[in-house]
Design a protein around this ligand. Structure first.
Ligand code: ATP
Ligand code: MN
Length: 457
């Protein structure tokens, strides 16, 4: 259908006086004696187009005025009678699809909770349409950032036989019937589709290292799967994962890249989604724009795990899980550090090796690894990264300590045998970033069809 996007009509002075066709959904209808008004949305912008109908010239079909109905309007663009921008004087209104009163998106019943029950319709609300416009802008910005900085875009496999660090959290991929019976586990998997145990990838990092040790700088941006049994507002079973991996890079380089990327993404969203952010600032998180502007223009904090624990221990009485050196940081600790202590994003570095993955570079102290998590206010961990252990002997020693199957990692170890280089990278949870940018507090509300424990609508 030939038609003009509402976004193009709203603010362009050139459009005034032209005749256009606009297609969209009715968001509000107001009636008076001589004139009535339709507010239309076509998804192209946060702002809606006001359609003015002079009842002396045109009596609209009542179906065209129902909330949620889809219509095409032919008319003339004029300067808005009130306020800025343009509106449309209707000459002809055609019904595309009617919308009966059972339409669940009604003015009054629009709590996020209620809308979660109708994922196929919730994008027609201001909030969700705005979230998904921001999400799209952020995704494009990720590709642009890496492309402009000389990274190659790699697609890591989603089905994998390496059960890596995420052993317990891996979804299995199988074509075996539910009642398949075999004498042993080995026989069961031998008869399965791949002939070995296979699952959905929890991370593209291992493949990312393969690519980075040939191409220099690479990134992946795709789904990762975790059978997390934790029903939190920050975890999904299927999430999108941004994973740059860089050769000839050490931990400080990894931190620099992560900070630069995040600031670039935030600046882009501020620039390209001003209406959406103004809306979130008013209705979702007061002060959001100021927060993001400040973050984009100031340095992130950096502190070691050891320093962080020293700070947290003073506060142990207030925590559900008291901290001591060696314990994993819980969400409450992460939030305390970034929200109360540093009041801005903070990289925590050099964690005890026991609580981090086998592949992280071992520090000379023999106790910690060159890892970093970036913590942000409101969310906690948004990025996890590290320099990777590039030394064959040290890596195999760490694997032996963890009783890992060396044969399964032959390819990974080969990278350390043949021209090994210092390298590192990180994983950014894309949904967590969108939460941070929009102020939305539940990860299920920044995902089209969220998947979590017992939930696959
Ligand atoms: P967390 O401690 O929050 O469970 P993690 O340490 O298990 O996260 P990593 O393996 O470091 O996560 O993954 C890198 C990033 O991917 C995290 O910093 C986070 O932003 C994101 N992420 C991890 N798991 C999930 C999930 N289940 N749902 C959404 N995002 C996730
Ligand atoms: Mn992590």
């Amino acid at each position: 259908m030939k038609h003009t996007d509402i976004k193009c009509i709203l603010s362009s002075a050139d459009m005034v006086g032209t005749s256009v066709v606009v297609c969209g959904w009715v968001r509000t209808f107001r009636d008076s004696a001589q004139i009535c008004f339709l507010e239309l949305s076509d998804g192209t912008s946060f702002k809606k187009l006001q359609v003015v109908i002079d009842k002396n010239a045109l009596i609209p079909d009542p179906e065209c005025t129902k909330l949620g109905a889809s219509v095409a309007v032919k008319g003339k663009v004029v300067k808005a009678f009130k306020g800025e921008g343009n509106e449309l004087e209707a000459a002809e209104i055609t019904l595309l699809g009617k919308c009966p009163p059972e339409y669940p998106i009604q003015k009054k019943r629009t709590t996020l909770d209620f809308l979660r029950g109708i994922p196929h319709l919730r994008l027609r609300t201001n909030t969700f349409a705005a979230v998904f416009r921001v999400r799209s802008v952020a995704a494009q910005a990720i590709h642009r950032y890496f492309h402009e900085h000389g990274y190659y875009y790699i697609n890591a496999p989603l089905i994998t036989a390496s059960d890596c660090e995420g052993a317990g959290e891996m979804f299995r991929v199988t074509t075996q019937p539910w009642n398949a019976r075999y004498e042993s586990e080995e026989e069961y998997f031998k008869n399965d589709f791949f002939g070995v145990k296979a699952g959905l990838s929890v991370s593209g990092q291992l493949e990312g290292e393969v690519a980075a040790t040939a191409l220099g700088r690479i990134y992946t941006f795709g789904p990762s799967f975790r059978a997390e049994n934790s029903n939190t507002t920050r975890h999904l079973a299927e999430f999108w994962h941004v994973e740059p991996e860089v050769a000839f890079a050490e931990l400080p380089d990894v931190i620099e890249i992560a900070e630069d990327l995040l600031k670039y993404l935030i600046r882009t969203v501020l620039e390209e989604c001003p209406d959406e952010l103004a809306f979130f600032d008013s209705f979702v998180e007061k002060g959001l724009i100021e927060k993001l502007t400040h973050v984009a223009n100031s340095d992130f904090a950096v502190c070691t795990y050891t320093e962080a624990v020293a700070i947290l221990e003073k506060q142990n009485a207030d925590f559900r899980f008291p901290v001591h050196w060696g314990s994993d940081l819980q969400s409450e600790h992460e939030k305390y550090l970034t929200e109360v202590v540093f009041k801005r994003p903070v990289f925590v570095t050099d964690y005890p090796k026991e609580i981090k993955s086998f592949y992280m570079k071992q520090n000379p102290d023999g106790k910690t690894v060159a890892a970093t998590d970036l913590l942000v206010p409101g969310i906690g961990e948004i990025i996890g990264g590290s320099e990777r252990e590039a030394d064959y002997g040290k890596l195999t020693a760490a694997m032996r300590e963890r009783h890992m199957d060396m044969d399964a990692y032959k390819q990974y170890l080969d990278l350390r045998l043949f021209g090994s280089v210092p390298h590192g990278g990180f994983g950014l949870g894309f949904e967590r970033f969108v939460m941070y940018c929009t102020g939305i507090e539940n990860i299920r509300d920044v995902t089209l069809f969220p998947r979590s424990v017992k939930n696959i609508m």
